[in-house]
Design a binder for this molecule. Sequence first.
Ligand code: HEC
Ligand code: HEC
Ligand code: HEC
Ligand code: HEC
Ligand code: HEC
Length: 459
Amino acid sequence: MSEHFASRRFLLLLRSNWLSRSGAVVTTFSFMLMVSSFLLQVFGILAGPYAGLVTFLVLPGLFVVGLLLIPAGLLLYRRRLGERMEALTHRPFRLLRLVAVLTVVNVVVVGVAGYQGLHYMDSVEFCGTLCHEVMIPQYNAYLDSPHARVACVQCHIGPGASWFVKSKLSGLRQVLAVMFDTFERPIPVPVKDLRPARETCEQCHWPDKFTGDRLVVRRRFKSDRETTPSNRVLLMKTGGTRPDGEPTGIHWHIHSGVEVRYRASDESRREIPWIRLVDRRTGREEVFTLPGVDPANPPPGPERVMDCVDCHNQPSHIFHRETEEIDRSIDLGLLSRDLPYIRKVGLEALRASWTQAGAEAGIRGMLSEFYAAKEPVPAEKRPLVEAAAKEIHAIWARNNYPHMKIAWNTYESFAGHAGCLRCHDDDHVSASGRRIPLDCESCHAILAYRTPDLPPYLR
Ligand code: HEC
Ligand code: HEC
Ligand code: HEC
Ligand code: HEC
Ligand code: HEC
C-alpha cells in the first residue's frame, strides 16, 4: 500500500507543473519507442542507417531531455510546488526510495543507450552510409576491397581513449560541414591528422611479420582489334624483416632500425625534394636531395617519418585505374573479346565525360553506334554489345562520382610507380654521390612482360 502511495505522490509531483509533465511524457514515449524500435531492428523488420540514428541517438537524446525537464520544471515552479508539497511531506523516505529506484533505472537506460549509440557511431553503416552523398564513393570502393571486413574506425580511429575523443570532435565538425555544405569536393588527401599508421595498421599487420616475395600476375590486354592478351608477371620483393632480424625488400623502409624522413614541397606530398635516411643499426645517416636543394637547409614545412600510408594511401577504399578495371572485366569474360576493339572503345567510353544520370544511356549509345557503324556485328552478337554496355557503365559508376568531383585518378595509389618514383627517380643524390635505386630488379623481378601466353606454371 505504502508503495502505491509513494508512486501516487510521485505522480502528483510530476503533474505539479506543465514542464515536468511534458518531461515525463517525452521520457515515457521515447523510452517506449526506443524499446520497440530496438526490438524491430533485432528482428530485422526495421533496418538502415536512419533507423539506427533514431534508435541509438535521437530517442536516447529525447529520453535524457525529458528527464532533465522534470527537475527543471520543479525548480522553476517552486511556488506552485509548495501547494502540492503538503501531501508529500508525509513519510518522505518512501518517496525518496521510489525516486532512487527510478534514478537507477534511468542511469541504466541512459548507460545502455549511450553505449549502443557510441557503438553505432563506430559501425561501418554509420560512417559509410549516413552522409550518403559524401561517403558513398569510399563506401562502395571499400566493399570491394581486401579490408571489406575491417571497420572504418579500425583504421581511422584505432584503439585508445584520446583518439576516440579526437574522432568524436572531428566527427562533429564534419557533421556541421555537411549540414552547412562547406565540405570540400573531392575530400582532400592526404588526410590531415590521420592517426599514425603504425598505431592502426600494426594492430593487424606488423613489419616484423612480412617476409618473402609475392607473385603478382597482371592479366592485361592490348587495345588492338583482337584484344590480344599482354600479361605481366612480377615477383614483388615485398620483404620485411628476415628471421635473423635484418631488413629486406620493399618493407625495408619500415624496419624498426630504419627511419626514412622527408619533406614535401606540396600538400599532396607528390614532390619530395629532401629525404633523410637514418639507419640506426649501422649508424648510417644520409640526406638525399633533388638538384639545387641544399641538404643542410631543407625546404620549410613539416618533416614526416615515412610509414605505411606513404605507400598504402589507398589500402581500403581503392579506386582503380580505368585500364586495370577494363582488363579485369575482359579477363573475367564480362566484356567479350568476340567484339572487335572492345578494349579500345570501352576505354573511350570510360574516359568520356558523363553526368551521373546520363552515363548509362550515353555509354550504351556510344557502343551501339560503334558496333552498328564502325565495326558492324551480326545480330546474334547484339546481346554481347548490350552486356558490354552494362559492364562498362558499372565500372564507370564505381569509380566516378561527379557530385563529389571524383574521376579517374583523383585518388591515386602510391603503392606503385607513381608513389615510388617520387623518391626512386635517379635524381635524388646524397653528398657522397649515392642515388636512391631505380633499377627494376631492386623492387621486383620481372618474370614475364607483355606476353600473350602466361608461363606454363600459371596457365
Ligand atoms: C584498412 C584501413 C582503412 C579502412 C578499413 C578504411 N579506411 Fe578510409 N582511409 C585510410 C587511409 C590510410 C586513408 C588516408 C589516405 C591519405 O591520407 O592519402 C583514408 C582516407 C579516407 C578518406 C579520404 C579520401 C580518400 O579516399 O582517401 C575517406 C573519405 C575515407 N577514408 C573514408 C572511409 C570510410 C567511409 C571507411 C569505411 C567504409 C573507410 N574509410 C575505411 C584507411 C582506411
Ligand atoms: C583489423 C585488422 C586490420 C587492420 C587494422 C588493417 N588491416 Fe590490412 N588487412 C587485413 C586483412 C584481414 C587483410 C586481408 C588478408 C588476405 O586477404 O589475405 C588485409 C590486407 C592488407 C593488404 C594486402 C592487400 C591485397 O591486395 O592483398 C595491405 C596492403 C594492407 N592490408 C594494408 C593495411 C594498411 C596500410 C593498414 C592501415 C592503414 C591496414 N592494412 C589495417 C586486416 C587489417
Ligand atoms: C615503401 C612503400 C611501402 C611501405 C612504407 C609499406 N608498404 Fe606494404 N607493400 C608495399 C608494396 C609495394 C607491396 C606489394 C604490393 C603488391 O604485391 O602489389 C606491399 C605489400 C603489403 C602487404 C601484403 C603482403 C603480402 O604479400 O601478402 C601488406 C599486408 C602490407 N604491405 C602492409 C603494410 C603495412 C602495415 C605497412 C606499415 C607498417 C606497410 N605495408 C608499409 C609497399 C609499402
Ligand atoms: C620518401 C622517399 C621514398 C619513397 C616514396 C619510396 N622509397 Fe624506397 N627507398 C628510399 C630510400 C631513401 C632508400 C634507401 C636508399 C639507400 O639505401 O641508399 C630506399 C630503399 C628502397 C629499397 C631497398 C633497396 C636496396 O636494396 O637497398 C627498396 C626495395 C625500395 N626502396 C622500394 C620502394 C618501393 C617499392 C616504393 C614504392 C612503393 C618506395 N621504395 C618508395 C626512399 C623512398
Ligand atoms: C622503387 C621500386 C620500383 C622500381 C625501381 C621499379 N618498379 Fe615496377 N613496380 C613497382 C611496384 C610497387 C609495382 C606495383 C605492383 C602492383 O601493381 O601490384 C610495379 C609494377 C610494375 C609493372 C606492372 C604494372 C602493370 O600492371 O602493368 C611493371 C611491368 C613494372 N613495374 C616494370 C618496371 C620496370 C621495367 C622497371 C625498371 C625501369 C621498374 N618497374 C622499376 C616498383 C618498382
